[in-house]
Write a protein that binds this ligand. Structure first.
Ligand code: NAD
Length: 346
């Protein structure tokens, strides 16, 4: 049975449009936006005016929590503010759905996992890149064994956005603020857990970021799977999709995904005859899963979170799972800083 949850939104910057559009279009019967908080009072007022004019607005999360007693807090603050805001929300008795990354370092993320456990409240992370039609289709095809046992996953991410704002000065900007999506997706597709990583991070010539706009990382995963990541936020021309461009190689074939709706598969036909230099391959057509707005992007993650609250179950990006994706980020940074391959242990 669906409940209507009283929700406070903290952090009212650019990404909240995606959240609030989803709430308005998909979840108006399940989400009541009762408060908007931002250290910039105008930002809170502007979002409230657009999406919930009757809601409380202010600059203090503590006041909002004490006055409004929300069931849920949506945390859309900047990464450095996630530890304090999510902790305050959980300790006030609210469940939290937070923007990625869960925190700005692993020790803070572990602290949040512990607070969620002691309060018994749900803490989950928006990993909206799992919720695109192409990604859902690829995952289903791989799980059905279309290319046999998966052993190699390559992801290329090459874009050149000029954000301005907090990212321009952020340390490890690509790894911390973006690669979490690709690393999390590699777990989503492979079902494997990270074991070790070697990462080289650099700031390419002409970069308009202060730090770490490019990185290349090799992860050894469970089940003998290797994930190769090559990424840049400073790569002009011939850009990839934001979802990355992917190559999956299994024992019997290869699946390519362009990050949008282009999926191609070739796999070998039958067994090797003992003579052919290259085994013959066949093309396999993969039908895209239906386009379902309620399962796409932020709406997909918010819906899964609300469903889990209603049913008393666990969403796929609950902190106890998502921490493994975040560990990939943290250990890639540790490897980049030390120049060494590092083991990933939680
Ligand atoms: N899932 C995605 O696809 C996606 C895309 C973009 C950004 N994000 C994430 O969303 C978060 C916000 O990013 P953004 O692009 O909206 O940034 P932004 O700079 O546009 O907005 C952040 C807002 O948080 C407010 N804020 C900062 N500290 C605060 C605090 N302690 N209490 C209350 N408000 C505070 C700022 O005043 C600002 O209005 C980041 O964690 C970012 O990584 C996710």
């Amino acid at each position: 049975m669906s409940k209507r949850y009283r929700v406070v939104l903290v952090g009212c910057g650019s990404i909240t449009k995606a959240w609030l559009d989803a709430c308005q279009k998909q979840f108006s019967g399940r989400v009541e936006l009762v408060g908007f908080v931002d250290i910039n009072a105008d930002a809170a007022r502007a979002r409230a005016a657009e999406f919930a004019p009757q809601a409380w607005t202010g600059t203090s999360l503590e006041t909002a929590l004490a006055t409004l007693k929300p069931d849920v807090v949506f945390n859309c603050t900047i990464p450095d503010a996630h530890l304090a805001t999510t902790t305050a929300a959980l300790k006030s008795g609210a469940h939290v759905l937070t923007e990625k990354p869960i925190a700005s370092n692993l020790s803070d993320a572990l602290s949040l996992r512990a607070t969620a456990a002691t309060t018994g409240l749900m803490l989950a992370v928006i990993q909206n890149y799992r919720c695109v039609r192409g990604a859902r289709t690829v995952r289903q095809a791989l799980a059905a064994g279309v290319i046999g046992k998966l052993h190699t996953v390559n992801a290329d991410f090459f874009l050149a956005p000029r954000f301005g704002g907090f990212r321009d000065q952020m340390k490890h900007v690509l790894l911390l603020d973006m690669a979490i999506h690709t690393f999390d997706a590699s777990r989503f597709f492979s079902g494997a857990s990270p074991r070790s990583v070697y990462c080289h991070e650099f700031n390419p010539a002409g970069s308009w970021y202060a730090h770490g706009a490019s990185a290349q990382a090799i992860f050894e995963m469970s089940d003998g799977i290797v994930v190769n990541y090559r990424g840049s936020w400073c790569a002009q021309g011939l850009q990839t999709n934001w979802n990355s461009s992917w190559r999956f190689i299994g024992e019997r074939g290869t699946l390519l995904w362009d990050g949008a709706e282009g999926i191609r598969v070739e796999r070998v036909v039958g067994a090797w005859n003992g003579k052919d230099f290259h085994q013959p391959v066949e093309t396999v057509d993969i039908l895209l899963l239906p386009d379902e707005p309620a399962k796409t992007g932020h709406a997909g993650m918010i819906g899964e979170f609300l469903d889990a609250l209603d049913a008393g179950t666990t969403p796929s990006t609950v902190v106890t799972d998502n921490i493994h994706s975040f560990a990939m980020v943290e250990h890639a940074i540790l490897s980049a800083e030390s120049g060494q391959r590092v083991s990933i242990k939680l």
